[in-house]
Design a protein around this ligand. Structure first.
Ligand code: HEC
Length: 162
């Protein structure tokens, strides 16, 4: 057990229950497991990427579905679809390339340094101009550095449904 987890457990043991719930909101510290990444951040993507999502428009990418963890994992196993304008350069590009965060469109949409260096031999038009910033500024939720590290480690480790 790491020191921080031990501290949290100690606090939850002595503090009021409400305090513990607040600490756990957002899924706790992001870990390189899909369940943690979904709870910590990716669940928020459902405001636009889900059937009937309030934020969805005719230009929203068509295949992603973040409404549940299972749907998110399943749709992230596919490829971008329905992009228009200069974003269309990323149509057909895989959201996740196992073991390769630098080649994964999901990582590029959330991590600026990955986006700026994105370079797929088969998809030269899917570059930093075509890839949208898909962080959640409207929710006041930029991904934390810890989340981005966990996301890249998860892809590097094979992007399991864990
Ligand atoms: C406010 C609505 C909205 C939210 C919230 C949103 N998206 Fe998107 N997403 C879009 C739209 C619209 C597109 C199509 C490209 C564009 O117009 O920018 C898109 C495209 C994408 C693409 C395809 C690649 C690209 O950028 O062109 C990925 C991957 C993606 N979104 C992932 C996510 C993730 C992960 C989240 C949550 C962190 C998220 N999106 C949150 C609206 C949204």
């Amino acid at each position: 057990m790491n020191r921080f987890l031990a501290l949290r457990l100690a606090l939850c043991g002595s503090a009021a229950l409400a305090g513990c719930v607040t600490t756990a909101a957002g899924g706790g510290d992001p870990e390189p497991h899909f369940s943690s990444l979904y709870a910590n951040y990716l669940s928020g993507c459902a405001q636009c990427h889900a059937p009937g999502a309030v934020g969805a428009t005719s230009t929203t990418e068509k295949s992603l579905d973040f409404s549940t963890q299972a749907a998110a994992y399943a749709s992230l196993s596919g490829k971008a679809n329905g992009l228009i304008g200069n974003q269309a350069g990323c149509d057909g590009v895989a959201f996740i390339v196992k073991d390769k965060p630098a080649s994964s469109l999901l990582v590029a949409t959330l991590d600026a340094s990955t986006r700026n260096a994105f370079d797929l031999p088969g998809n030269p038009n899917c570059d930093n101009n075509a890839i949208s910033d898909m962080t959640l500024p409207k929710l006041g939720k930029a991904p934390s550095a810890a989340f981005l590290t966990a996301l890249k480690t998860w892809v590097q480790n094979g992007a399991l449904n864990d």
